[in-house]
Write a protein that binds this ligand. Structure first.
Ligand code: ACO
Length: 345
């Protein structure tokens, strides 16, 4: 069936007569570090309880990278799995985009470091920073290169070592985050719709809700910045929560509207895995059924840009996604940023 003639939904790209090519996810992969930190472990570190963390967030445990394991290592491991499943070798990759807020170093990019680790020396490489929304932003960026026939094969990675910027003395935030990576290989596939649409949004007026104050040009590292614990992330949880629910709902509704489908047509909703209460509030507003939701945050916590990437891989590997299914990815993060993507698998 040609991309223009599928009767099940509208592909918003059709209005451009598919002068660009469609873009599909040819393979996905993920990796989380071996070390597990449970809520019981956290009880020994800060004044918290398993009961509080579970009831307020749904998180039971998270994975933490080793001291000598960096974001590029996590991303590389996820990428190699995605490449194997896509049947792609390193020499075929034209571009690597890594979405992260915890690069190995401010520069060079983590994407360049991944390029070296996988030996994809033909590939251009850059990082993209949209916090927890980064993976959808990166998918959309990658898709532009494939649609425009600039590149044939793009490797998109969401990878984070959030444990490196979490203040392990701040119970408000340290219980929420984990480390990990997810990856996808994007290619044009004949007769496949793939990524139908991706909504992206941002509101810089709310940048102060979630940030890391030091380490950039505004506040370079000094003895004072370290003593003031300014190299750790800070968050206004309640306001972030409210904004997350609203923005995710709005983005999801817009993505569905563009494809002229309602929520019942979506086989699986893969939301950003920050808080189970956020996910349920968004699902309720969208009129989604519990069986449409993919939730794995109890195992990994919030892994920011890696979150939906890991969830997508788990959903695919556990056979919750079959060819032809429609998926809705929906995310929210610092910036503020948000996004939603509809994918025909
Ligand atoms: N253990 C025990 N008590 C705690 C803990 C803890 N770990 N953390 C906070 N508390 C206390 C607070 O101090 C507060 O006590 P007080 O009333 O005496 O002041 C009380 O619990 C209630 O705190 P609230 O902030 O009201 O708790 P809330 O129900 O809002 O849950 C949470 C907090 C989990 C942070 C929630 O607001 C949330 O998930 N926010 C959204 C986070 C998010 O989605 N981030 C996404 C973006 S991440 C990115 O882009 C990197």
């Amino acid at each position: 069936m040609s991309p223009t003639s599928n009767p099940k939904f509208k592909n918003p790209r059709a209005r451009y007569n598919f002068q660009g090519r469609t873009c599909s996810i040819a393979g996905v992969g993920s990796y989380v570090p071996a070390k597990v930190l449970t809520n019981a472990d956290l009880e020994k570190m800060v004044n918290t309880t398993d009961e509080w963390i579970t009831s307020r967030t749904g998180i039971k445990e998270r994975h933490l990278a080793a001291k000598d394991e960096f974001t590029s290592d996590l991303g590389t491991k996820a990428a190699l799995k995605a490449m194997a499943r896509a049947g792609v070798v390193a020499e075929q990759i034209d571009l690597i985009v890594v979405a992260t807020i915890t690069p190995d170093m401010p520069f060079p990019s983590t994407a360049a470091l991944v390029q070296r680790k996988i030996g994809a020396y033909r590939a251009a490489a850059f990082d993209l920073e949209a916090a927890c929304s980064g993976f959808i932003y990166a998918l959309e960026v990658a898709q532009q290169f494939i649609m425009s026939r600039t590149y044939d094969t793009v490797l998109v990675i969401g990878a984070e070592k959030l444990s490196s910027i979490v203040d392990w003395e701040d119970r408000n935030t340290c219980v929420l985050f984990g480390d990990g990576a997810g990856a996808a290989v994007l290619r044009n596939r004949a007769n496949a719709h793939g990524l139908l649409t991706a909504v992206m949004g941002a509101d810089g007026r709310k940048a102060d809700l979630l940030f890391m104050a030091a380490g950039g040009s505004r506040c370079p590292a000094t003895a004072e910045s370290v003593a003031g614990r300014l190299h750790f992330l800070r968050m206004e949880g309640k306001e972030t929560f409210k904004n997350a629910v609203q923005a995710m709902q709005t983005a999801a509704v817009e993505a569905l509207r563009r494809c002229e489908i309602d929520i019942s047509r979506i086989k699986l909703i893969i939301p950003h895995q920050a808080n189970v209460r956020i996910i349920h509030a968004v699902a309720e507003r969208l009129g989604a059924k519990p069986e449409q939701l993919f939730i794995n945050l109890h195992k990994f916590g919030n892994t920011s840009a890696a979150s939906v990437a890991i969830a997508l891989d788990e959903a695919v590997q556990s056979d919750r996604v079959q060819p032809g299914d429609l998926l809705l990815l929906v995310v929210f993060g610092a910036g503020l940023t948000w996004g939603a993507a509809v994918i025909e698998w």
